[in-house]
Write a protein that binds this ligand. Structure first.
Ligand SMILES: Nc1nc2c(c(=O)[nH]1)N[C@H]1C(S)=C(S)[C@@H](COP(=O)(O)O)O[C@H]1N2
Ligand SMILES: [Mo]
Length: 197
């Protein structure tokens, strides 16, 4: 990771408040229809599913991070509270040959991540921001937060994690977003992937 912070590079703009941006409508949360699923190449070959109550009964932790969008906005110092991904990986271990995950959200939104990025210490499935439950616009009831990547890699309205034995591009990654999306090296666009093979 380079020295300067992404928001010091001149191209990130800090808006007032926390802007809302996503593709498509804000989904309505229905607790009786909601589950978080883990599937794909699990160690046992089985699928896992948790209700919202079960998710909130899992161990939780807080992290503080800035959020950087690949198209140029940054918001500073969000405190997120939720279930660390390490907890999920322990409850639903991936098979040894898993290299990537697809994080799935409502309406088929998806983001692919290297397993190492997903499994990073600070990656969290957030239920709260700054002490309050997430608002509907910002991902209620569950949002993946991957502090060291552009925020496009963290789906709002998270519903599933698919373990994969090879990489596959997610929703924005198929539409021009850089496949890794590291803000410290400004990996914004897919055409840059040739520069850092
Ligand atoms: N489900 C879903 N999550 C999403 C997106 C989306 O289109 N759908 N967009 C991503 C992108 S590109 C950004 S910049 C952030 C915006 O988060 P915010 O609206 O909380 O600021 O959500 C990310 N998560
Ligand atoms: Mo974004």
């Amino acid at each position: 990771m380079g020295g300067a912070r992404p928001w010091r590079r001149g191209r990130q703009v800090g808006p007032r408040g926390w802007p809302v941006s996503h593709y498509g409508p804000v989904p309505r949360f229905r607790v009786d229809r909601w589950s978080l699923q883990v599937f794909g190449a699990t160690a046992t070959g089985g699928k896992y599913s948790w209700s919202f109550d079960e998710v909130t009964a899992l161990p939780r932790a807080a992290i503080t991070t800035d959020l950087h969008c690949a198209s140029g906005t940054t918001t500073l110092r969000h405190e997120f509270f939720g279930v660390p991904v390490s907890v999920l990986l322990e409850l639903a271990p991936p098979a040894p040959d898993v290299t990537h995950v697809m994080a799935w959200a409502e309406y088929g939104y998806s983001a692919n991540l290297r397993l190492s990025d997903f499994a990073s210490d600070r990656t969290l499935m957030a239920t709260h921001n700054n002490g309050e439950p997430l608002t509907a616009e910002h991902g209620f009831p569950l949002r993946l937060v991957v502090p060291h990547l552009y925020v496009c890699k963290g789906p709002k309205w998270l519903r599933g994690i698919e373990y994969m034995t090879r990489d596959r591009r997610g929703f924005w990654e198929e539409r021009g977003l850089h496949n890794i999306a590291d803000p410290w090296t400004e990996q914004r666009y897919s055409y840059q992937e040739d520069e850092h093979p």
